[in-house]
Design a protein around this ligand. Sequence first.
Ligand code: HEC
Length: 396
Amino acid sequence: MEGHLHEWANLLIRWLHITVGVAWIGASFYFNWLENQLERDGDKPEGVEGTLWAIHGGGFYHLRKFQVAPARLPERLHWFKWEAYYTWISGFLLLAVVYYLNARTNLIDPSVADLSPLTASLIGLATLALSWLVYDGLCRSPLGRKPVALAAVLFALLVLLAWGLSQLFSGRGAYIHVGAAIGTCMVANVFFVIIPGQRAMVAAMQAGRAPDGARGRAGALRSRHNNYLTLPVLFIMISNHFPGTYGSHWSWLILVALAAVGIVIRHYFNVRHLPGRHWPLPVLALAGLVTIVAATAPVALQKNGGDGAGPTVPLAQVRPVIEQRCAVCHAARPSFGGFATPPKGIRLDDDDAIRQHRQQIGQVAVRTHIMPPGNITGITEQERALLERWLNQTAP
Ligand code: HEC
């Protein structure tokens, strides 16, 4: 029953998180696109910076952007903030359900650091709060007036965070906390800087004062950061489907390398409408991706058994290991507490199923050590070596 409820909580919160996240990032991409495509030349009404025609869903739209603000405030002005807030709230709940309530399986890896679930969860929460305090402090410091230097320092801190967390948590736990820390900064930017800045702007207009330029600039800087962080955060959101990334010995380096590629791609989309040569950016991103793919290629495992280099390992020898170390969870009816169904629908409780999932077993239990999670069933190095010999045989 507990496992059943847990699974539904995970599903429903995740569904909500993805939906509001799509709405937030979609709106953010749309406004960036508007800004970049605005027609600034030609005849425009007084006080208008640019206009734009679009067709969508069978209708024509004509938008205008004001240089500062319209002469009179409209009665209904739409704000874009709840998408961001709901993304954080749902993301935080998901973090709690998946990682803090199941810290032993998802957050902790005793071979990395033998933390108690409470300590691990507190470190996780502190990471989110500290990330924002440090980031916000740097933006407000004199460094905040040098956007390029600030970006370099922030990226260095991102590397440090990814590395540091990889020394404390399981690969998955480290990845999700880097993502949650970035996401927290992005939402806090909206909540503490961008929206209050816009409120002050509206209030100034209503009082007939000129809006405060410094607040406008602060908001623009934070918006920029949010813009560049979207692709890295989206990668981290899907990364838990890819054990080859977070399960790698170099998990933190893979994360920051992919984040860098995401930032370059985002930069290309930000500047490609401007005059100048921009093709080196996608080429650079592609070269980065090719390098990452090549660098993460599995080292060829030594051939055993199949080509006569060692004794053949029959399935009968592997079966007890899988039964004991894996099938407590990966069975039609898991005996491990908290699981109602086999995780990811992967059953390893009979010979056919084991053969069918051969490749995946190699990926999660030999090439990487992400299974059993937190090595909760205590698989030994000898047993992993046995699995490896079995996998390397040409005839399974
Ligand atoms: C404590 C329960 C538990 C044990 C024991 C366990 N697993 Fe898992 N396994 C999980 C969970 C939970 C997931 C889903 C992780 C996720 O949410 O991505 C999973 C996912 C997997 C996946 C899919 C990975 C992916 O994302 O594509 C494979 C393959 C797998 N396990 C194999 C194994 C093998 C092999 C063993 C034994 C060496 C094992 N598991 C032991 C709980 C367990």
